[in-house]
Design a protein around this ligand. Sequence first.
Ligand SMILES: [Zn+2]
Length: 79
Amino acid sequence: MAFHPKVINLIKCPYCGNDKDFIEIIDDVVTTTHYVQNTDGSFTIEEKSSQALGDVKFFCGDCEEDLTSFHQRFSEMIF
Ligand SMILES: [Zn+2]
């Protein structure tokens, strides 16, 4: 039986070919952090969430070309 490797569709910069380094820039972010105060007065982060209000831009980490059209796919691939 032939072995078929999984086809992985990598995001690749069409300008320089980079498929490793990427930069995401978010204009306005509201960060909500829930803290629990411990008995010694220190705080522990219980939950942190952030919501982007402004534009989200996506750039190649090498040549810094605008790759925002790939951002949707990028955000689905963050684990
Ligand atoms: Zn590039």
